[in-house]
Design a binder for this molecule. Structure first.
Ligand SMILES: Cc1cc2nc3c(=O)[nH]c(=O)nc-3n(C[C@H](O)[C@H](O)[C@H](O)COP(=O)(O)OP(=O)(O)OC[C@H]3O[C@@H](n4cnc5c(N)ncnc54)[C@H](O)[C@@H]3O)c2cc1C
Length: 499
């Protein structure tokens, strides 16, 4: 290992190659918490975007903030890249290692304190999302952001990706539910952002941290907003003959001023997948689409909203409407929905999730176009998505062993991104840009806008050691990708729809 490959200056140069570098890390975090053997680092070579892989030089697992700070300062001095990692459930290659860099797993930092009086929780970055609501439940409180990966994904990863979920249509994304954070920047500074209240003086750096994909700093602690658990909850499950009618129900519910706590659309293929996972629910797999609509609040409000939603369903010719009032029934319904993707990941040879956002009113048209593009490219597309947020998750099933099929799937994913942009949407929803969608950033943003992103990044991480090569493409990369800036609402290709 040459000094050149690993860095040019400081502590590392003084050490003796890779061994010396690892020894220094072991001195900081303890010998058990630096993994460097091939078998030890293999589990970290990808995140949930399985087809992109890179083995890291080492994985370091600090146990507290001081160790995070010390590792970061050491790596900054030696110019060693750090890829932060939570549970590694990112679907965009955000947690994928970079060549010659290390992975910093923050999973050991699991301290969680529920401050019921303040309706807040103080969580280490390695706390799993679902644990916050579980621990808050005895106090009558819950943490609203609930990604489908919530059983595994961590608060650090949720903040870095600004994760969304079923209940974000009413309660907002992660950014709306974090009131403070401690962050170690790439410059080796410790910042305390926010202060526990909803508004703060100065520039809103806390919001900037949400969705920054590990490029600006390492989240070492977060103060989360907890909400009072609603008095009552009802889930309506309506089956329709087509997915278009299902999407139309979403548009009409929102237009009627009703504010559901969750609005999820499933098409026929995802109903079939969910049925395979939960046969006891006897889902209508003959239906073209289904809408899960959760209503919460006071009983009287739920009764009123149920009448209004039911009348919308009736007007649209719903095949069947079911109500789930007790917790066990609701849990089963949501589990069926949340397990569509894991079930597809288990059963299909290869799966790719094309995550993007479109204006809610355009959902049905965009869906039509996406299904048409899928047929054209002979790729199977399954739809199960957070319709209330306009967050489309087209799941592409393909078999990379069949020559040409992966290329067709990736071309389809690009066409879906461009369709979303043409409809006035964005190239990524809640899954981030990571490694996967750098070229999409070149389509969505102008050179000036990308320059501003780079400038902001340089303030936090002057040496560019945090998650380099992710999320913000350089202009050079955009030129390599061969595409620059499609103005939203403009047609990138002649065959795309105009909205
Ligand atoms: C089956 C499945 C369902 C999913 N459903 C949803 C969903 O409904 N909604 C949704 O939003 N996402 C969803 N995701 C995507 C993913 O779970 C989320 O993006 C999640 O927030 C990632 O958390 P993680 O702990 O796994 O982070 P990782 O995957 O480990 O990392 C994600 C990003 O965060 C950075 N990072 C991690 N920890 C830190 C830290 N402490 N400080 C700074 N940066 C950090 C990483 O470098 C990386 O860029 C799903 C994924 C799967 C596999």
């Amino acid at each position: 290992m040459t000094t050149h490959a690993w860095g040019r200056k400081g502590a590392y140069r003084k050490s003796s190659g890779l061994d010396g570098f690892l020894e220094s890390l072991r001195t900081i975090v303890g010998p058990s918490w630096v993994l460097s053997g091939d078998e030890e680092v293999a589990p970290f070579e990808c995140d949930a975007l399985f087809h992109l892989r890179q083995r890291p030089r080492a994985v370091v697992l600090p146990g507290n903030e001081s160790e995070v700070l010390a590792v970061l300062r050491f790596c900054a001095e030696a110019r060693i890249a750090i890829v932060p990692r939570g549970a590694g459930t990112s679907l965009s290659g955000g947690a994928m290692p970079v060549a010659e860099g290390i992975v910093m797993s923050l999973n050991r930092m699991k301290r969680l304190v529920i401050d019921a009086a303040a309706r807040q929780a103080v969580a280490g970055p390695g706390v799993r999302n679902v644990v916050v609501s579980q621990q808050a439940a005895p106090h009558g409180l819950f943490f609203a952001p609930d990604p489908s990966s919530q059983a595994a994904s961590t608060i650090g990863g949720n903040i870095a990706e600004n994760a969304g979920g079923v209940h974000c249509v009413k309660y907002g994304l992660t950014v709306n539910n974090v009131v403070g954070a401690r962050v170690v920047t790439g410059a080796g500074e410790l910042l305390e952002l926010g202060g526990g209240s909803l508004d703060q003086a100065g520039l809103d750096l806390l919001s900037l941290m949400n969705g920054s994909e590990g490029l600006l700093g390492l989240v070492t602690e977060a103060r989360l907003r907890l909400l009072p658990a609603p008095k009552a909850v009802r889930v309506l499950l309506a089956f329709f003959s087509s997915v278009q009618a299902t999407c139309e129900a979403v548009t009409r519910i929102i237009a009627a001023g009703i504010m559901p706590a969750g609005l999820e659309v499933m098409d026929q293929a995802s109903l079939q997948t969910a049925d395979g996972y939960s046969p006891a629910l006897a889902l209508r797999i003959d239906a073209g689409g289904a809408l899960l609509c959760e209503l919460d609040g006071e009983l009287i409000d739920i009764a009123d909203a149920t009448c209004r939603v039911s009348s919308i369903f009736e007007t649209l010719g719903a095949l069947e409407v079911r109500h789930a009032d007790d917790e066990a029934q609701r849990y089963q319904l949501w589990a069926a929905r949340k397990n569509v993707l894991p079930a597809l990941l288990r059963t299909a040879r290869d799966v790719y999730v094309a995550d993007c956002v479109v204006p809610r009113h355009a959902l049905s048209q965009v869906l039509d176009k996406v299904m048409h593009l899928g047929r054209e490219r002979r790729i199977d597309v399954v739809q199960a998505f957070h319709a209330g947020d306009g967050n489309l998750h087209s799941v592409l099933r393909y078999d990379s062993d069949i020559p040409g099929e992966e290329d067709r799937a990736m071309a389809l994913a690009d066409a879906i991104m461009q369709t979303a942009l043409a409809a006035g949407g964005t190239v990524s929803g809640e899954h981030g840009i990571g490694t996967e969608k750098l070229h999409g950033m070149c389509w969505q943003f102008s050179a000036d806008e990308l320059d501003v992103f780079h400038g902001i990044r340089a303030v936090f991480d002057p040496h560019g050691i945090l998650n380099p090569g992710k999320s913000i493409p350089t202009l050079h990369r955009c030129a390599e990708f061969g595409g620059m800036h499609i103005r939203r609402g403009e047609l990138p290709h002649a065959d795309l729809p105009r909205f």
